[in-house]
Design a protein around this ligand. Sequence first.
Ligand SMILES: *[C@@H]1O[C@H](CO)[C@@H](O)[C@H](O)[C@H]1NC(C)=O
Ligand SMILES: [Mn+2]
Length: 449
Amino acid sequence: MFSQEYSSSSMAKPSTRHKSSLSDGCLFLSGAFVALLLVWSFSTFSSSIQRFDALSESKAASDRQQGACDMGGVNLRYDPPDETFYDDPQLSYTIGKKVKNWDEKRREWLKYHPSFAAGAAKRIVMVTGSQPSPCTNPIGDHLLLRFFKNKVDYCRIHGYDIFYNNVLLNPKMNSFWAKIPIVKAAMLAHPEAEWIWWVDSDALFSDMEFKLPLHRYKNHNVVVHGWPRMIYEDKSWTSLNAGVFLIRNCQWSMDFLETWANMGPISPDYSKWGHIQRSTFKDKLFPESDDQAALIYLLYKEKEKYYDNIYLEGVFYFEGYWVEILPTYDNITEKYIEIERGSRTLRRRHAEKVSEFYGAEREQYLKDAGSGRWSWRRPFITHFTGCQPCSGDHNQMYSGETCWSGMVKALNFADNQVLKKYGFVHPNLRDSSLVSPVPFDYPDEGPWG
Ligand SMILES: *[C@@H]1O[C@H](CO)[C@@H](O)[C@H](O)[C@H]1NC(C)=O
Ligand SMILES: [Mn+2]
Protein backbone atom coordinates (compact mmCIF):
# COMPACT_ATOMS: atom_id res chain seq x y z
CA MET A 1 0.00 0.00 0.00
CA PHE A 2 2.68 2.48 0.99
CA SER A 3 5.58 1.11 -0.90
CA GLN A 4 7.84 4.12 -0.82
CA GLU A 5 10.91 4.10 1.31
CA TYR A 6 11.18 6.76 3.91
CA SER A 7 13.99 7.71 6.11
CA SER A 8 12.40 9.57 8.94
CA SER A 9 15.72 11.17 9.75
CA SER A 10 15.82 12.96 6.42
CA MET A 11 13.94 15.92 7.80
CA ALA A 12 15.35 19.13 6.53
CA LYS A 13 17.34 21.11 9.04
CA PRO A 14 16.60 24.73 8.35
CA SER A 15 18.39 27.91 9.27
CA THR A 16 21.97 26.66 9.58
CA ARG A 17 22.59 25.49 6.06
CA HIS A 18 23.67 28.38 3.94
CA LYS A 19 24.26 31.10 6.40
CA SER A 20 28.01 31.31 6.74
CA SER A 21 28.97 31.36 3.07
CA LEU A 22 26.37 33.99 2.43
CA SER A 23 27.21 36.40 5.18
CA ASP A 24 30.84 36.17 4.09
CA GLY A 25 29.75 37.01 0.58
CA CYS A 26 27.77 39.94 1.91
CA LEU A 27 30.67 41.23 3.88
CA PHE A 28 32.88 41.05 0.85
CA LEU A 29 30.34 42.73 -1.38
CA SER A 30 29.53 45.52 1.00
CA GLY A 31 33.29 46.05 1.40
CA ALA A 32 33.62 46.26 -2.35
CA PHE A 33 30.71 48.63 -2.46
CA VAL A 34 32.15 50.95 0.17
CA ALA A 35 35.41 51.04 -1.76
CA LEU A 36 33.54 51.87 -4.92
CA LEU A 37 31.59 54.54 -3.11
CA LEU A 38 34.77 56.11 -1.74
CA VAL A 39 36.27 56.37 -5.21
CA TRP A 40 33.04 57.75 -6.49
CA SER A 41 32.60 60.31 -3.74
CA PHE A 42 36.19 61.58 -4.15
CA SER A 43 35.69 61.99 -7.84
CA THR A 44 32.55 64.04 -7.29
CA PHE A 45 33.79 65.82 -4.18
CA SER A 46 33.86 69.20 -5.88
CA SER A 47 30.26 68.99 -6.93
CA SER A 48 28.17 71.18 -4.68
CA ILE A 49 24.93 69.38 -5.40
CA GLN A 50 23.94 66.45 -3.22
CA ARG A 51 22.88 63.87 -5.70
CA PHE A 52 20.96 61.34 -3.66
CA ASP A 53 19.17 60.03 -6.70
CA ALA A 54 22.46 59.29 -8.41
CA LEU A 55 23.77 57.68 -5.24
CA SER A 56 20.82 55.34 -4.91
CA GLU A 57 21.00 54.65 -8.63
CA SER A 58 24.63 53.59 -8.42
CA LYS A 59 23.93 51.47 -5.34
CA ALA A 60 21.01 49.78 -7.08
CA ALA A 61 23.18 49.14 -10.13
CA SER A 62 25.92 47.54 -8.07
CA ASP A 63 23.32 45.45 -6.22
CA ARG A 64 21.95 44.22 -9.50
CA GLN A 65 25.37 43.21 -10.74
CA GLN A 66 26.64 41.53 -7.63
CA GLY A 67 23.63 40.12 -5.87
CA ALA A 68 22.23 42.35 -3.22
CA CYS A 69 22.75 41.51 0.43
CA ASP A 70 20.50 43.81 2.37
CA MET A 71 17.23 42.46 3.78
CA GLY A 72 15.05 41.20 0.99
CA GLY A 73 17.70 42.22 -1.52
CA VAL A 74 17.47 39.28 -3.84
CA ASN A 75 19.02 39.32 -7.27
CA LEU A 76 16.39 38.69 -9.90
CA ARG A 77 18.81 39.09 -12.80
CA TYR A 78 21.35 36.43 -12.03
CA ASP A 79 21.28 32.76 -13.07
CA PRO A 80 24.78 31.40 -13.63
CA PRO A 81 25.40 28.71 -16.28
CA ASP A 82 26.39 26.11 -13.65
CA GLU A 83 24.20 23.02 -14.01
CA THR A 84 21.44 22.51 -11.50
CA PHE A 85 18.45 20.15 -11.26
CA TYR A 86 16.70 22.36 -13.82
CA ASP A 87 19.17 21.14 -16.46
CA ASP A 88 18.43 17.46 -15.77
CA PRO A 89 16.13 16.19 -18.56
CA GLN A 90 14.92 13.41 -16.22
CA LEU A 91 13.45 15.84 -13.73
CA SER A 92 9.65 15.95 -13.92
CA TYR A 93 7.21 18.38 -12.36
CA THR A 94 4.43 15.81 -12.75
CA ILE A 95 2.98 13.99 -9.77
CA GLY A 96 3.71 10.26 -10.05
CA LYS A 97 7.28 10.88 -11.25
CA LYS A 98 9.34 10.98 -8.13
CA VAL A 99 11.97 13.59 -7.44
CA LYS A 100 15.03 12.19 -5.70
CA ASN A 101 17.79 13.86 -3.67
CA TRP A 102 15.76 17.04 -3.54
CA ASP A 103 17.48 18.37 -0.43
CA GLU A 104 20.89 18.28 -2.17
CA LYS A 105 19.47 19.68 -5.38
CA ARG A 106 17.85 22.57 -3.60
CA ARG A 107 20.95 23.25 -1.55
CA GLU A 108 23.07 23.31 -4.68
CA TRP A 109 20.72 25.74 -6.41
CA LEU A 110 20.91 28.03 -3.37
CA LYS A 111 24.69 27.82 -3.42
CA TYR A 112 24.67 29.20 -6.96
CA HIS A 113 22.15 31.88 -5.99
CA PRO A 114 23.58 33.37 -2.80
CA SER A 115 21.27 36.37 -2.74
CA PHE A 116 18.36 33.94 -2.21
CA ALA A 117 20.16 31.77 0.31
CA ALA A 118 20.13 34.58 2.88
CA GLY A 119 16.46 34.50 3.87
CA ALA A 120 15.77 30.98 2.58
CA ALA A 121 14.99 29.38 5.94
CA LYS A 122 12.05 31.69 6.56
CA ARG A 123 10.89 32.23 3.02
CA ILE A 124 7.28 31.30 2.28
CA VAL A 125 5.48 31.10 -1.05
CA MET A 126 1.71 31.07 -0.82
CA VAL A 127 -0.10 28.91 -3.36
CA THR A 128 -3.80 28.98 -4.08
CA GLY A 129 -6.09 28.60 -7.05
CA SER A 130 -9.40 27.74 -8.59
CA GLN A 131 -10.91 25.90 -11.52
CA PRO A 132 -10.06 26.71 -15.18
CA SER A 133 -13.62 27.62 -16.23
CA PRO A 134 -16.00 30.42 -15.16
CA CYS A 135 -17.97 29.87 -11.97
CA THR A 136 -21.54 28.66 -12.30
CA ASN A 137 -22.60 30.63 -9.23
CA PRO A 138 -23.39 34.08 -10.74
CA ILE A 139 -21.44 35.86 -7.97
CA GLY A 140 -18.80 33.12 -7.79
CA ASP A 141 -16.08 34.81 -9.80
CA HIS A 142 -16.61 38.06 -7.90
CA LEU A 143 -16.27 36.25 -4.58
CA LEU A 144 -13.17 34.38 -5.74
CA LEU A 145 -11.63 37.66 -6.84
CA ARG A 146 -12.19 39.13 -3.40
CA PHE A 147 -10.84 36.02 -1.68
CA PHE A 148 -7.76 36.29 -3.85
CA LYS A 149 -7.40 40.03 -3.23
CA ASN A 150 -7.41 39.23 0.48
CA LYS A 151 -4.49 36.81 0.06
CA VAL A 152 -2.58 39.28 -2.10
CA ASP A 153 -3.08 41.90 0.63
CA TYR A 154 -1.76 39.56 3.32
CA CYS A 155 1.25 38.57 1.20
CA ARG A 156 2.11 42.16 0.28
CA ILE A 157 1.99 43.21 3.94
CA HIS A 158 4.31 40.38 4.99
CA GLY A 159 6.56 40.20 1.95
CA TYR A 160 5.52 36.75 0.71
CA ASP A 161 5.27 35.70 -2.90
CA ILE A 162 1.98 34.26 -4.07
CA PHE A 163 1.06 31.96 -6.95
CA TYR A 164 -2.51 31.62 -8.18
CA ASN A 165 -3.07 28.57 -10.33
CA ASN A 166 -6.19 27.97 -12.36
CA VAL A 167 -5.37 25.00 -14.50
CA LEU A 168 -5.53 21.32 -13.61
CA LEU A 169 -1.90 20.21 -13.79
CA ASN A 170 -3.09 16.62 -13.85
CA PRO A 171 -6.58 16.31 -15.37
CA LYS A 172 -7.41 13.28 -13.22
CA MET A 173 -6.50 15.15 -10.05
CA ASN A 174 -9.54 17.41 -9.98
CA SER A 175 -11.48 19.26 -7.24
CA PHE A 176 -9.84 18.84 -3.82
CA TRP A 177 -7.04 16.70 -5.29
CA ALA A 178 -5.86 19.45 -7.65
CA LYS A 179 -3.69 21.12 -5.03
CA ILE A 180 -1.24 18.21 -4.66
CA PRO A 181 0.23 18.45 -8.20
CA ILE A 182 0.29 22.26 -7.81
CA VAL A 183 2.18 22.10 -4.54
CA LYS A 184 4.75 19.71 -6.01
CA ALA A 185 5.26 21.99 -9.01
CA ALA A 186 5.55 25.01 -6.70
CA MET A 187 8.27 23.30 -4.67
CA LEU A 188 10.31 22.80 -7.85
CA ALA A 189 9.59 26.29 -9.14
CA HIS A 190 10.62 27.87 -5.82
CA PRO A 191 13.82 26.32 -4.51
CA GLU A 192 14.43 29.68 -2.80
CA ALA A 193 11.48 29.03 -0.45
CA GLU A 194 11.63 26.78 2.60
CA TRP A 195 7.84 26.59 2.86
CA ILE A 196 4.93 26.31 0.46
CA TRP A 197 1.70 27.50 2.04
CA TRP A 198 -1.43 26.15 0.42
CA VAL A 199 -4.52 28.25 1.19
CA ASP A 200 -7.89 27.23 -0.29
CA SER A 201 -9.74 29.70 -2.50
CA ASP A 202 -12.60 29.76 0.05
CA ALA A 203 -10.34 30.73 2.98
CA LEU A 204 -9.45 34.31 3.90
CA PHE A 205 -7.11 36.11 6.26
CA SER A 206 -9.20 37.77 8.94
CA ASP A 207 -6.14 38.92 10.90
CA MET A 208 -3.81 40.81 8.59
CA GLU A 209 -1.21 41.26 11.35
CA PHE A 210 -0.72 37.73 12.65
CA LYS A 211 2.31 35.82 11.39
CA LEU A 212 2.84 32.08 11.41
CA PRO A 213 4.93 31.03 14.44
CA LEU A 214 7.50 29.24 12.27
CA HIS A 215 9.77 28.51 15.24
CA ARG A 216 7.13 26.07 16.48
CA TYR A 217 7.39 24.07 13.26
CA LYS A 218 11.17 23.82 13.02
CA ASN A 219 11.15 20.05 13.58
CA HIS A 220 8.18 19.35 11.34
CA ASN A 221 7.60 19.18 7.61
CA VAL A 222 3.84 19.69 7.36
CA VAL A 223 1.52 21.87 9.44
CA VAL A 224 -2.27 21.54 9.45
CA HIS A 225 -5.08 22.64 11.76
CA GLY A 226 -6.04 19.53 13.69
CA TRP A 227 -6.43 17.60 16.94
CA PRO A 228 -4.74 14.25 17.72
CA ARG A 229 -7.54 13.06 20.00
CA MET A 230 -10.07 13.41 17.19
CA ILE A 231 -7.83 11.37 14.89
CA TYR A 232 -6.85 8.54 17.19
CA GLU A 233 -9.89 8.32 19.48
CA ASP A 234 -12.85 9.72 17.58
CA LYS A 235 -11.56 8.66 14.17
CA SER A 236 -13.28 11.70 12.75
CA TRP A 237 -13.18 13.06 9.23
CA THR A 238 -13.09 16.57 10.74
CA SER A 239 -10.10 15.83 13.00
CA LEU A 240 -8.03 18.09 10.75
CA ASN A 241 -8.66 20.39 7.82
CA ALA A 242 -6.66 19.92 4.65
CA GLY A 243 -7.77 23.23 3.10
CA VAL A 244 -4.82 25.14 4.54
CA PHE A 245 -1.41 23.60 5.05
CA LEU A 246 2.22 24.51 5.24
CA ILE A 247 4.70 22.10 3.70
CA ARG A 248 8.47 22.25 3.90
CA ASN A 249 10.30 22.29 0.59
CA CYS A 250 12.33 19.11 1.19
CA GLN A 251 12.70 15.48 0.09
CA TRP A 252 10.47 14.18 2.86
CA SER A 253 7.66 16.35 1.55
CA MET A 254 8.27 15.25 -2.05
CA ASP A 255 7.82 11.63 -0.97
CA PHE A 256 4.87 12.53 1.20
CA LEU A 257 3.04 14.27 -1.68
CA GLU A 258 3.45 11.14 -3.84
CA THR A 259 2.07 8.90 -1.10
CA TRP A 260 -0.80 11.29 -0.45
CA ALA A 261 -1.64 11.56 -4.16
CA ASN A 262 -1.66 7.77 -4.40
CA MET A 263 -5.00 7.66 -2.64
CA GLY A 264 -6.44 9.99 -5.28
CA PRO A 265 -7.88 9.54 -8.77
CA ILE A 266 -4.45 8.78 -10.31
CA SER A 267 -4.36 5.57 -8.30
CA PRO A 268 -5.74 2.30 -9.72
CA ASP A 269 -7.05 1.73 -6.17
CA TYR A 270 -8.96 5.02 -6.02
CA SER A 271 -12.39 3.47 -5.42
CA LYS A 272 -10.95 1.02 -2.88
CA TRP A 273 -9.51 3.98 -0.95
CA GLY A 274 -12.97 5.54 -0.83
CA HIS A 275 -14.35 2.40 0.83
CA ILE A 276 -11.47 2.18 3.29
CA GLN A 277 -11.80 5.85 4.27
CA ARG A 278 -15.53 5.60 4.77
CA SER A 279 -15.29 2.50 6.92
CA THR A 280 -12.51 4.07 9.01
CA PHE A 281 -14.04 7.54 9.46
CA LYS A 282 -17.76 7.02 10.04
CA ASP A 283 -18.63 10.71 9.76
CA LYS A 284 -17.21 11.01 6.23
CA LEU A 285 -20.16 12.15 4.15
CA PHE A 286 -19.37 11.03 0.60
CA PRO A 287 -18.04 7.79 -0.94
CA GLU A 288 -15.11 9.07 -3.04
CA SER A 289 -11.67 9.11 -1.58
CA ASP A 290 -10.74 12.69 -0.66
CA ASP A 291 -7.51 14.44 0.24
CA GLN A 292 -8.53 15.23 3.81
CA ALA A 293 -9.55 11.65 4.65
CA ALA A 294 -6.36 10.46 2.95
CA LEU A 295 -4.21 12.69 5.15
CA ILE A 296 -6.03 11.63 8.31
CA TYR A 297 -5.72 8.01 7.22
CA LEU A 298 -1.93 8.28 6.87
CA LEU A 299 -1.66 9.77 10.36
CA TYR A 300 -4.05 7.19 11.79
CA LYS A 301 -2.63 4.11 10.11
CA GLU A 302 1.06 4.90 10.19
CA LYS A 303 1.41 7.05 13.23
CA GLU A 304 5.10 6.26 13.77
CA LYS A 305 5.89 7.37 10.22
CA TYR A 306 3.85 10.55 10.05
CA TYR A 307 2.97 11.89 13.46
CA ASP A 308 6.43 13.23 14.21
CA ASN A 309 6.59 15.00 10.87
CA ILE A 310 3.13 16.53 10.76
CA TYR A 311 2.41 19.30 13.23
CA LEU A 312 -1.22 19.49 14.27
CA GLU A 313 -1.73 23.17 15.08
CA GLY A 314 -4.68 23.43 17.41
CA VAL A 315 -3.86 26.56 19.38
CA PHE A 316 -4.92 29.35 17.02
CA TYR A 317 -7.12 29.50 13.94
CA PHE A 318 -4.60 28.15 11.44
CA GLU A 319 -7.90 27.99 9.62
CA GLY A 320 -11.28 28.11 11.32
CA TYR A 321 -14.84 27.14 10.63
CA TRP A 322 -16.74 30.23 9.48
CA VAL A 323 -19.96 29.23 11.28
CA GLU A 324 -18.06 29.35 14.57
CA ILE A 325 -16.10 32.51 13.75
CA LEU A 326 -18.60 34.82 12.09
CA PRO A 327 -20.61 35.73 15.21
CA THR A 328 -17.40 36.89 16.95
CA TYR A 329 -16.37 39.64 14.51
CA ASP A 330 -18.48 42.42 16.05
CA ASN A 331 -17.21 42.00 19.60
CA ILE A 332 -13.65 41.64 18.35
CA THR A 333 -13.97 44.88 16.36
CA GLU A 334 -15.10 46.60 19.58
CA LYS A 335 -12.15 45.20 21.52
CA TYR A 336 -9.64 46.37 18.93
CA ILE A 337 -11.14 49.87 18.84
CA GLU A 338 -10.87 49.95 22.62
CA ILE A 339 -7.20 49.00 22.41
CA GLU A 340 -6.56 51.74 19.88
CA ARG A 341 -8.31 54.30 22.07
CA GLY A 342 -5.66 53.54 24.67
CA SER A 343 -2.64 53.65 22.37
CA ARG A 344 -1.53 56.67 20.40
CA THR A 345 1.08 54.47 18.70
CA LEU A 346 -1.53 52.11 17.34
CA ARG A 347 -3.63 55.05 16.14
CA ARG A 348 -0.68 56.63 14.39
CA ARG A 349 -0.87 56.79 10.63
CA HIS A 350 1.85 54.85 8.88
CA ALA A 351 3.04 53.45 5.58
CA GLU A 352 1.59 50.08 4.75
CA LYS A 353 5.14 48.73 4.34
CA VAL A 354 5.80 49.06 8.08
CA SER A 355 2.57 47.35 9.15
CA GLU A 356 4.47 44.54 10.86
CA PHE A 357 5.84 47.03 13.37
CA TYR A 358 2.29 47.91 14.45
CA GLY A 359 1.28 44.25 14.49
CA ALA A 360 4.12 43.55 16.92
CA GLU A 361 3.22 46.66 18.93
CA ARG A 362 -0.35 45.43 19.35
CA GLU A 363 0.73 42.11 20.87
CA GLN A 364 1.17 43.59 24.36
CA TYR A 365 -2.54 44.44 24.38
CA LEU A 366 -3.57 40.96 23.25
CA LYS A 367 -1.90 39.03 26.07
CA ASP A 368 -5.23 38.21 27.68
CA ALA A 369 -7.07 37.67 24.43
CA GLY A 370 -6.30 33.98 24.12
CA SER A 371 -6.48 32.47 20.68
CA GLY A 372 -8.77 30.14 18.78
CA ARG A 373 -12.24 29.46 20.09
CA TRP A 374 -13.68 31.89 22.72
CA SER A 375 -10.82 34.28 22.08
CA TRP A 376 -11.21 37.96 21.30
CA ARG A 377 -8.10 37.99 19.16
CA ARG A 378 -8.92 38.36 15.50
CA PRO A 379 -9.22 34.85 14.03
CA PHE A 380 -6.26 34.29 11.71
CA ILE A 381 -7.99 32.49 8.82
CA THR A 382 -11.73 32.18 8.29
CA HIS A 383 -12.53 29.20 6.08
CA PHE A 384 -15.89 28.90 4.32
CA THR A 385 -15.92 25.13 4.38
CA GLY A 386 -18.98 23.67 2.70
CA CYS A 387 -19.98 26.90 0.97
CA GLN A 388 -18.48 26.34 -2.51
CA PRO A 389 -18.50 29.99 -3.67
CA CYS A 390 -17.68 29.10 -7.29
CA SER A 391 -20.12 26.31 -8.04
CA GLY A 392 -22.69 27.60 -5.56
CA ASP A 393 -23.27 23.97 -4.70
CA HIS A 394 -23.16 24.50 -0.95
CA ASN A 395 -23.81 22.04 1.83
CA GLN A 396 -27.54 21.86 2.49
CA MET A 397 -26.86 22.49 6.18
CA TYR A 398 -26.79 26.21 5.40
CA SER A 399 -28.66 28.40 2.97
CA GLY A 400 -26.70 29.97 0.15
CA GLU A 401 -27.59 33.38 1.55
CA THR A 402 -25.94 32.56 4.87
CA CYS A 403 -22.80 31.58 2.98
CA TRP A 404 -22.66 34.59 0.65
CA SER A 405 -23.57 37.21 3.25
CA GLY A 406 -21.13 35.61 5.66
CA MET A 407 -18.37 35.91 3.08
CA VAL A 408 -19.18 39.56 2.43
CA LYS A 409 -18.98 40.32 6.14
CA ALA A 410 -15.72 38.42 6.55
CA LEU A 411 -14.16 40.00 3.45
CA ASN A 412 -15.07 43.50 4.68
CA PHE A 413 -13.84 42.72 8.20
CA ALA A 414 -10.48 41.77 6.68
CA ASP A 415 -10.50 44.58 4.15
CA ASN A 416 -10.96 47.19 6.87
CA GLN A 417 -7.57 46.25 8.26
CA VAL A 418 -6.06 46.92 4.83
CA LEU A 419 -8.13 49.94 3.75
CA LYS A 420 -7.22 51.76 6.95
CA LYS A 421 -3.65 52.15 5.68
CA TYR A 422 -5.15 53.85 2.66
CA GLY A 423 -7.21 56.19 4.82
CA PHE A 424 -10.61 54.57 4.50
CA VAL A 425 -12.90 52.10 6.24
CA HIS A 426 -16.11 50.19 5.53
CA PRO A 427 -18.41 51.59 8.26
CA ASN A 428 -20.85 48.75 7.69
CA LEU A 429 -19.45 45.25 7.15
CA ARG A 430 -22.59 44.25 5.26
CA ASP A 431 -22.14 46.99 2.66
CA SER A 432 -19.08 46.40 0.47
CA SER A 433 -19.46 49.53 -1.65
CA LEU A 434 -19.68 52.07 1.16
CA VAL A 435 -16.50 53.61 2.60
CA SER A 436 -15.76 56.55 4.91
CA PRO A 437 -12.48 58.33 5.57
CA VAL A 438 -10.61 57.36 8.72
CA PRO A 439 -10.26 60.46 10.93
CA PHE A 440 -6.70 61.67 11.55
CA ASP A 441 -6.99 60.55 15.15
CA TYR A 442 -9.96 59.04 16.90
CA PRO A 443 -9.46 59.01 20.64
CA ASP A 444 -13.18 58.96 21.40
CA GLU A 445 -15.32 58.22 18.42
CA GLY A 446 -14.66 56.06 15.40
CA PRO A 447 -16.66 55.83 12.21
CA TRP A 448 -17.53 52.26 13.12
CA GLY A 449 -20.62 53.27 15.09
C1 LIG B 1 -20.44 39.95 22.63
O1 LIG B 1 -20.33 40.67 23.84
C2 LIG B 1 -21.53 40.73 24.58
C3 LIG B 1 -21.32 41.70 25.72
O2 LIG B 1 -20.10 41.43 26.40
C4 LIG B 1 -21.90 39.33 25.02
O3 LIG B 1 -23.10 39.36 25.77
C5 LIG B 1 -22.10 38.45 23.80
O4 LIG B 1 -22.35 37.13 24.17
C6 LIG B 1 -20.86 38.51 22.93
N1 LIG B 1 -21.13 37.82 21.67
C7 LIG B 1 -20.38 36.84 21.23
C8 LIG B 1 -20.82 36.21 19.95
O5 LIG B 1 -19.36 36.47 21.77
MN1 LIG C 1 -11.98 25.01 1.47
